[in-house]
Design a protein around this ligand. Structure first.
Ligand code: ZN
Length: 327
């Protein structure tokens, strides 16, 4: 059932993932990798840069390779990828091997969905966004979770839906209600599982499916990302298990917030490296601000990445969000 995914990586590569990935393993793993996976929808802000720096520190401090993956299945803005890579390099971050782009990897996603379909683990969903919102607000099930409207349609109902012309999304037929992962900062975390979309109605692989396939195929065994994605980790780890892929170890790190306590956004002032440079700050100074925000340096210091690497201890990282307002 998993043959087509293994085709892309080579079955021996996937064996390496299975044996190398402990669920909370921060020890050196020669064959493993960490990653940063931005969407090229605009410039990175300091919160994104801080997460990228942490992902680099987690990977390098454990002897892992560090990979970049551009998640360009949608929301692509012309020129954004180049500026994002330039900003990461300006902070001193380096990465291994060629940059992966999801738009080059559609066959891998389709193969994984085909495997799940062959195993009877998918179904077509014809719901509109509005129908899902209305159904999901009913007083059962977690907020926003798909209530399974199309899960048990009859063949006649499915044929009629097809005749109506709406191209269906493909959903996972989940068989459990929750799944537990280990996170380096959050410990054991249990999240609700629903019939997540695997392929959208427009034919594009859904984020949750693509991430799982990519991480396994790229032999990424350590995922460091913003804690807004913590609640997605259980369904991604569950998906990995259904595809017989090893789930990575996770570290979901605190986000950057604006002065109002909301998630930092482009409209919140001088939040990009280009904005900071326009204020007269160098990339070294911005790296120093990020390091200080993580308790890795004194305010005003400009430590190099090698220096930060030497004293890096994930256990000592702050567990609360960083407010970027006084800069
Ligand atoms: Zn539906």
């Amino acid at each position: 059932m998993h043959q087509s995914v293994q085709h892309g990586a080579g079955s021996s590569d996937l064996q390496a993932v299975a044996s190398g990935a402990g669920s909370s393993d921060l020890q050196a793993v020669a064959s493993g990798a960490g990653r940063f996976a931005p969407s090229p929808s605009g410039d990175l802000h300091v919160g994104n840069l801080r997460t990228a720096m942490l992902a680099w520190l987690f990977a390098r401090s454990t002897g892992r390779r560090f990979l970049l993956r551009v998640e360009d299945l949608d929301r692509v803005r012309a020129g954004a990828e180049t500026r994002q890579l330039d900003d990461l390099a300006a902070l001193g971050l380096d990465w291994d091997g060629p940059i992966a782009r999801q738009s080059d990897r559609l066959a891998l996603y389709d193969a994984a969905i085909d495997d799940l379909t062959a195993a009877g683990r998918t179904y077509e969903c014809f719901c509109t966004r509005r129908e899902i919102q209305q159904a999901a607000s009913a007083p059962h099930g977690p907020d926003g979770h798909y209530p399974g409207t199309c899960r048990d349609l009859s063949a006649a109902e499915i044929a009629a839906k097809h005749d109506s012309g709406r191209p269906p999304a493909i959903r996972l037929r989940a068989e459990i209600a929750e799944f537990t992962i280990e996170d380096a900062l959050h410990g054991r975390y249990t999240g609700a599982i629903d019939d997540v979309v695997l392929r959208r109605g427009d034919g594009i692989a859904a984020y949750n499916l693509a991430v799982v396939v990519d991480d396994a195929e790229q032999r990424i065994d350590q995922v460091v990302r913003g804690d807004d994605l913590l609640s997605s980790a259980p369904r991604q780890a569950y998906l990995a298990s259904l595809l017989s892929l090893a789930a990575p170890s996770y570290a979901h790190v605190p986000l950057a917030l604006n002065a109002d306590g909301k998630r930092l956004a482009k409209r919140d002032g001088a939040v990009t490296l280009a904005d900071q440079r326009a204020l007269g700050r160098t990339a070294d100074e911005v790296r120093g601000i990020l390091a200080a925000s993580l308790g890795l340096a004194e305010i005003g210091d400009k430590p190099g990445l090698d220096e930060l690497l030497q004293g890096f201890d994930p256990v000592a990282l702050p567990r609360t969000a960083w407010t970027f307002a006084d800069h």
